[in-house]
Design a protein around this ligand. Structure first.
Ligand code: ACO
Length: 277
């Protein structure tokens, strides 16, 4: 299979639907898939017709984690140079996705193992099928959850849950993952795409500059003191004001106070209206 087919995508009504597309290998992340995913993110990130990115999986898996043959065994056979290269390729796109310009949603349809927690965490929101299965299988084949995965579960979960998944390698289904807050929501598989589309459409109504600064802020402030965060958020809003050429915040106030056409407590201002003078 050519590298280009390992990740597929379509763009429809502002939403980029990107898929791990190696179903016969349960979407295990091989070096080729990792390289292709970086290219796809690059192609999509600044397209004017893309406002939200959804990451799904073809077939029965979201991703069965790193490819044990191609990512581990074959690169290790090339020595340290090969190992470091394949690490850069995978960590590279995970990082690119964490700081992606547009909001991102993981749409987890099936298996999500080990290294798959990297892109799961990289996505801003996560919706899964009740039938999805999540597991840190690293311990089952004799390694620790590396590649940032231990950090992912410690950041997302209480310590007991993080430790449970890490030490037992036991699976949890989508409903349990939602209870644990590993994902935002779990829905029956038949409704997964429809629910994901509805959430994406919610985001399409928001000011895109505010979305980017807000999502980065959520990730950045977690390691800051209160005072650092307060200062950072003031500066970031000022930077957002510079980047938002529509002066959205003024328009948002105008439509509420002057026009009385919406209530910010109940929904978003109309992005489509020409900004006030
Ligand atoms: N790496 C390499 N190949 C894989 C992987 C993987 N992570 N996952 C599946 N495959 C391959 C299988 O070897 C098999 O290949 P083949 O058809 O050439 O024999 C093919 O995908 C289909 O896999 P099956 O095991 O036959 O599929 P099944 O649906 O029965 O099981 C399951 C799915 C549970 C996902 C199983 O494939 C599995 O346990 N995979 C490994 C999961 C894992 O532990 N991933 C690593 C996490 S740790 C990390 O990412 C660092």
């Amino acid at each position: 299979m050519s590298e280009i087919d390992l990740v597929t995508y379509k763009v429809e009504e502002g939403i980029a639907w990107v898929y791990f597309s190696r179903p016969e290998k349960r979407n295990a992340m091989s070096p080729g898939l990792n390289r292709r995913m970086m290219e796809v993110l690059d192609e999509l990130e600044y397209r004017d017709d893309v406002s939200v990115l959804v990451l799904g999986g073809q077939g029965s898996a979201w991703s069965a984690g790193m490819d044990l043959k191609e990512y581990f065994r074959e690169t290790e056979a090339q020595g340290l140079r090969g190992v470091r290269k394949s690490q850069r390729e995978s960590y590279g796109w995970f990082r690119r996705l964490r700081w992606f310009q547009k909001p991102t949603i993981a749409m987890v349809n099936g298996w999500c193992f080990g290294g798959g927690f990297g892109p799961l965490f990289a996505c801003d929101l996560a919706i899964c099928a009740d039938e999805a299965q999540f597991g840190l299988s690293e311990i089952n084949w004799g390694i620790l959850p590396g590649g940032g995965v231990t950090k992912v579960v410690v950041d997302l979960l209480p310590m007991r849950d993080a430790m449970w998944l890490t030490l037992t390698g036991e699976l949890i289904d989508g409903v349990q993952a939602a209870d644990m807050r590993l994902v935002n929501e779990s829905v029956p598989a038949a409704q997964l795409e429809e629910r994901t589309r509805a959430v994406a459409r919610l985001l399409l109504k928001k000011n895109p500059v505010a979305l980017k600064f807000a999502k980065d802020a959520v990730r950045r402030v977690s390691t800051m003191t209160y005072d650092e965060a307060e200062d950072y958020l003031v500066r970031m809003q000022e930077a957002a004001n510079f980047h938002d050429k529509t002066e959205g915040r003024k328009e948002g106030i105008r439509q509420f106070i002057d026009e009385k056409s919406y209530k910010p407590g109940l929904g978003s201002y109309d992005l489509g209206k020409v900004k006030a003078d």
